[in-house]
Ligand binder design. Structure first.
Ligand SMILES: [Zn+2]
Ligand SMILES: [Zn+2]
Length: 325
């Protein structure tokens, strides 16, 4: 076992591996890259998605250098949610529920690292939460805000290991003082429950509590995909917002693929609000609103068939019409 480092912070509550490593490194060395080069010579940790890749030897070394348990150290990684939120994290391809960073050489092209300015402002030492990398989170439960995902001044994604965190590495703007955008209360409640499920503190809501978490999250994602990127999505959004309020406009996708993971935090927040209403009292509100929107079976079943859970498919089959004949 290696010697313990002089400064050995443990992971904070829900802290990401990259955030923890950054705090360990800058507490022990004037430069992040000097530290990493000494501990892991010839390993390039920062030009990939470190939290998604989570090389086990890196995590183990960091655990032993800081006197942290292996379980707690592994809990900082995105693969630690395999079997709960998703089956597997895929590193080179789009991964369900993981916000992509779009790492290209030393730059990041996508706003996959969200943050809450108030959380960063109140942290004794600012750190980045694991749930801020997930598409199930567009809100902060503690502060009731919509998460930020791009610099308010220059629109750059957050790259905490570059520049003087928590300042933007491009323009220097302080991420802690991002303007407040209040979250919708029903979405806050909904996402808070989702975060509690992945943390093992809650189960899916009453009529879905028999589902395994992965199946439940697959159902959530299927509903999210039919409100965002389905040929009937606009009609469904119009109907949901007519009954429950909200903004039914389409989301602006960064690409034409239409995956929910490519939405901005603000757009995803709008869409998750509609998902919260559609899942409320499952399946009756979903089936009533879908029928009113003309979301017939074939539209509702669009998507990656292997990932559509039986619970969803059976409701669609049983309650939604086959469409005009
Ligand atoms: Zn917060
Ligand atoms: Zn900036």
């Amino acid at each position: 076992m290696r010697d313990l480092l002089p400064w050995r912070p443990k992971p904070k509550d829900d802290e990401l591996l990259s955030s923890w490593l950054l705090r360990v490194a800058v507490g022990n060395s004037p430069k992040l890259h000097t530290f990493c080069h000494i501990v892991w010579p010839n390993r390039h940790l920062w030009n990939r998605d470190l939290d998604a890749m989570a090389p086990s030897d890196i995590v183990q070394t960091l655990a032993s250098l800081t006197g942290t348990s292996a379980t707690k150290a592994w809990g900082t990684t995105l693969p630690s949610l395999e079997g709960t939120l998703y089956e597997r994290v895929r590193v080179n391809n789009a991964s369900r529920w993981v916000l992509p960073l779009g790492v290209y050489h030393r730059t990041r092209r996508r706003a996959g690292q969200q943050w809450c300015g108030e959380c960063l402002r109140h942290d004794p030492q600012p750190y980045y939460r694991k749930n801020w990398r997930l598409a199930i989170s567009s809100t902060c439960s503690r502060h009731g805000l919509v998460l930020a995902d791009r610099c308010i001044e220059c629109a750059s994604p957050a790259v905490p290991h570059r520049g003087d965190d928590p300042n933007c590495h491009v323009c220097g703007s302080d991420r802690r003082f991002y303007p407040h955008l209040p979250a919708r209360s029903e979405t806050l409640q909904f996402e808070h429950n989702l975060r509690s499920i992945i943390a093992g503190r809650a189960r899916p809501p009453a009529t879905l509590k028999h589902l395994y978490p992965v199946a439940f999250f697959n159902l959530v994602r299927q509903v999210l995909s039919i409100v965002t990127a389905n040929p009937r999505a606009q009609r469904l959004r119009d109907v949901v917002c007519k009954h429950h309020g909200g903004d039914p406009r389409p989301a602006l996708f960064e690409t034409k693929l239409g995956a929910p993971e490519l939405l901005s935090s603000v757009d995803r927040h709008r869409m998750m609000t509609m998902v919260a209403h559609l899942l409320d009292g499952w399946p009756y509100k979903f089936t009533a609103l879908s029928a009113e929107a003309g979301m017939w079976r074939s539209w509702a079943m669009r998507g990656h068939q292997d990932s559509i859970p039986y619970e969803y498919a059976s409701v669609v089959q049983r309650y939604l019409g086959a469409g005009p004949t």
